[in-house]
Design a protein around this ligand. Structure first.
Ligand SMILES: Nc1ncnc2c1ncn2[C@@H]1O[C@H](COP(=O)(O)OP(=O)(O)O)[C@@H](O)[C@H]1O
Ligand SMILES: [Mg+2]
Length: 333
């Protein structure tokens, strides 16, 4: 039984050039307690997917389809969504400074969520908030609850954001590039903290990243997005055993060796040393450039005539693993 079921989610917006689909017919499910990695280059629609789930899409975007989470979130009025956001769905974004209120003490900000959603007294909420701040690595002996966000480092601020996201014990956490704005040395610690907390509380996690290595190390399942569509999906270990879509292979090939986690090291023989540090040639097409064929056509070394004229539906490769490619698994040239 899924905790979250996204069905045919399409998000469109009007541009001077006409109507474009920022997200095109996304469907996926997530069971309670499972972690889902969503990976793709910048501009692929990862954040818009997260914003759709949380009802936070920009005003000029219109979502259709269904997002089942108890009921259909897309048809809930804002007042009902407010009861879910921060309570049943916790959020961690890329930039902690924008997620936090600069003029309120950190203890207050964590407690506020409890007061809003759990109806606790001020004292109870403060006590509970302090415990959660302890748990995310900000013990009260060293980090007064009356500190302001600007008095903390970037990593510490992100710990506060994580505390706010977790304090109501949501069923689902959505973390959108939670470490992209942090120093490399801090990134691992923050990811480890998120993974530990999600496991402890048996929360489901959607971890959005442009880094395939992060997905390999932290998730049970994964989706690869390209130009607003899902191009490959499956249990993370299965996808890494057999990267099928040329786009996923390209993402993999652009991970520097030193960052390749063990899970992907065994696969390196599939790529020539020349390719290993390469980045994918070209760029993500603008939405108005998409034609009726595969969106990756212009950058793909395997592309054939068919790819430019027909859109490849997802095909099932092994149980749970599928890719939207006419020529999956073939080696890149
Ligand atoms: N307010 C907006 N109006 C129109 N297009 C937007 C807006 N915000 C983002 N986009 C476009 O939506 C696409 C998906 O963006 P986004 O979901 O932020 O990508 P990602 O998170 O994968 O980097 C991008 O092409 C971006 O230019
Ligand atoms: Mg984004």
């Amino acid at each position: 039984m899924n905790l979250l079921s996204v069905k045919n989610l399409t998000v469109h917006t009007e541009q001077p050039s006409g109507s474009i689909n920022i997200l095109d017919n996304l469907s996926f499910g997530l069971e309670p307690g499972k972690s889902l990695g969503v990976v793709g280059e910048s501009g692929c629609g990862k954040s818009m997917m997260a914003f759709s789930i949380m009802g936070l899409l920009p005003d000029n975007m219109i979502a259709s389809g269904e997002i089942q989470f108890g009921g259909d979130l897309l048809s809930l009025p804002e007042k009902e969504l407010c009861k879910i956001r921060g309570n049943r769905i916790g959020m961690v974004f890329q930039e902690p400074m924008t997620a936090l209120n600069p003029v309120l003490p950190i203890g207050f900000q964590v407690a506020e969520s409890l007061r809003l959603h759990k109806n606790l007294s001020r004292h109870q909420a403060q006590k509970q908030a302090s415990k959660v701040l302890d748990r995310v690595g900000l013990p009260s002996q060293n980090f007064s609850r009356s500190l302001y966000p600007h008095q903390l480092s970037g990593g510490q601020r992100q710990r506060v954001v994580i505390a706010i996201a977790m304090v109501c014990k949501p069923e689902l956490i959505i973390a959108d590039e939670p470490t992209t704005a942090l120093d490399v040395t801090i990134q691992e610690q923050i990811l480890a903290l998120i993974s530990e907390l999600v496991e402890e509380e048996n929360m489901a996690l959607i971890l959005i990243t442009h880094d395939l290595g992060v997905v390999a190390e932290n998730t049970d399942l994964m989706l690869v997005m390209y130009a607003g569509r899902i191009v490959e999906r499956g249990p993370t270990n299965k996808v890494f055993e057999n990267l099928a879509h040329p786009y996923t292979r390209g993402l993999f090939a652009s991970i520097p060796d030193s960052e390749n986690p063990e899970a992907v090291q065994g696969l390196q023989s599939e790529f020539s040393p020349k390719n290993r540090l390469s980045t994918i040639p070209g760029r993500v097409p603008e939405f108005w450039e998409l034609s009726k064929g595969c969106a990756f056509y212009g950058r793909c070394s395997r592309a054939q005539a068919k790819c430019s004229s027909e859109f490849p539906d997802e095909i099932r490769l092994t149980l749970g693993h599928s890719a939207a490619c006419f020529f999956p698994f073939e080696q890149n040239q």
